[in-house]
Write a protein that binds this ligand. Structure first.
Ligand code: UD1
Length: 416
């Protein structure tokens, strides 16, 4: 199993290009199920989760072709509307196939994701929303069995803000008869990117990016070209790494409007940040300041950046208070940070992080995707060598992370 070895202590300097967003690419790949015509995608990140979604779609009958940096998906015929347990258990986002399959084929069988490392993560909102659109849904031996001769437009208000839930219903509603209004919808930029792609395919959608999205169903969708938005969590991770290590880094292609809350926290923590249409630049010379932060749905501070901010706070000047409000078990990185010498106490869903003068290298274990990113940042500031085990989590969501960090001067290498 691959590990990462990091020799900490140096600053980061230089430029790095931000990849396409994993969490935009996954629903957009599923959107290919909604049309018989080819969907041509560019800026698709090369990640294990994207490859897993590609295999899942290919099992359903979607043909894919790569050329010159673009990926063409053709769902001329969908002959197997099934997402089996083996796939869903490795990638929970497989649930995103449910809405498109049901809308296109009138039936779908998708495994329930079940528990996962960072919390229970139910999919009741996806199911309730599709039922409101007229689908008949049975839960059978761990599978969601859904049928609908025709989906019909509906008014649906989510009980909780859910990103993939909003995406699933928005995709299903594009081909439903009549108008669907989704209330308390997720406002995340990835929802907007998916809506842009669906609109290019002929869907009629307004309000994406607000908490009320209105979709007027159409008979069919057609082929389109779409370029995936830059990854705001990859951007935030590199910004946090640069703020932690110090130095001067430019992130090319990054979009400041998709992560203002993260930029604000980094500035409060003592970093200098500037942004224009081409890049976000970060410098940090002065001592890091401790900050208080709560994760909330967009435009608040993203849960997917909580662990990385915590790594930064381990060496800040005072006491930082970090509260996780989205997932109930997303503090597993705390134990690992402590192995590097961090002083952190967890009370319920709040971590109290007392800044220490320095971290020291040790062997640690990655427990989930963003926890892995947190440990990479901690490794960059720790004295001596940090070895991170189980980095397959990292490969699910970061494209060539060690190459990109090396280009900025980090001493990081992959070891078997
Ligand atoms: C997406 C992101 C993930 C991010 C998360 C929150 C993708 C592929 N993944 O995950 O990286 O961490 O948003 O920003 O885009 N919930 C319910 N019932 C439901 C659905 C969700 O109770 O039917 C709860 C969840 O348990 C959680 C909260 O709602 O507490 C938010 O989850 P949700 O936004 O659905 O996360 P994902 O879409 O799975």
């Amino acid at each position: 199993m691959d590990k990462l070895a990091i020799e900490g202590g140096g600053e980061l300097r230089g430029e790095v290009r931000i990849s396409g967003a994993k969490n935009a690419a996954l629903p957009i790949l599923c959107a290919s199920l909604l049309t018989a015509e080819p969907l041509v995608l560019s800026n698709v990140p090369q990640l294990n989760d994207v490859r897993t979604m590609g295999s899942l779609l290919s099992q359903m009958g979607v043909r894919s072709e790569k050329s010159d940096g673009s990926l063409t998906l053709s769902a001329a015929k969908v002959d197997w509307p099934l997402a089996p347990y083996e796939m869903v258990k490795t990638m929970r986002a497989s649930i995103l196939a449910l809405g498109p399959l049901l809308a296109r084929c009138g039936e779908a069988r998708v495994s329930l994701p079940g528990g996962c490392a960072i919390g229970l993560r139910p999919v009741d909102q996806h199911i309730k929303g599709l039922q409101a659109m007229g689908a008949e849904i049975d839960l059978d031996h761990g599978y969601i069995d859904a049928r609908a001769a025709h989906l019909s437009g509906t008014q649906f208000v989510f009980d909780v803000v859910t990103v993939t839930g909003t995406e699933n219903l928005m995709m299903a509603a594009t081909l439903a008869a009549g108008t669907t209004a989704l209330g308390n919808a997720a406002r995340e930029p990835e929802v907007v990117d998916l809506a842009e792609c669906l609109k290019a395919m002929g869907a009629r959608i307004s309000g994406a990016g607000s908490d009320r999205i209105v979709i007027e169903g159409v008979e069919t969708l057609h082929g389109a070209h779409h370029s995936i938005m830059p990854d705001r969590i990859e951007t935030g991770t590199f910004l946090a790494a640069a703020a932690a290590a110090g130095g001067d880094v430019a992130l090319l292609g990054a979009r400041a409007d998709t992560l203002q809350s993260v930029l604000d926290k980094l500035i409060e923590a003592g970093a200098e940040v500037s942004a224009d249409a081409a890049a976000i630049r970060i410098k940090r010379q002065d001592k890091l300041k401790s900050v208080t932060m709560r994760t909330t749905p967009f435009p608040g501070f993203p849960t997917d950046m909580q662990a990385q901010l915590m790594a930064l706070m381990t060496v800040a000047d005072d006491t930082a208070v970090i509260t996780e409000t989205i997932f109930e078990n997303r503090m597993m990185h705390v134990q690992e940070l402590k192995r590097l010498g961090a002083d952190i106490e967890v009370e319920g869903n709040t971590a109290i992080v007392k800044g220490v003068p320095r971290l020291t290298g040790a062997t640690v274990m990655a427990t989930d995707l963003r926890a892995s990113a947190c440990l990479v940042i901690a490794g960059l500031i720790a004295e001596g060598e940090t070895v991170i085990d189980r980095i397959y989590h990292l490969d699910r969501g970061y494209e060539r992370i060690e190459e990109k960090l090396s280009a900025l001067g980090a001493r990081i290498r992959r070891v078997a």
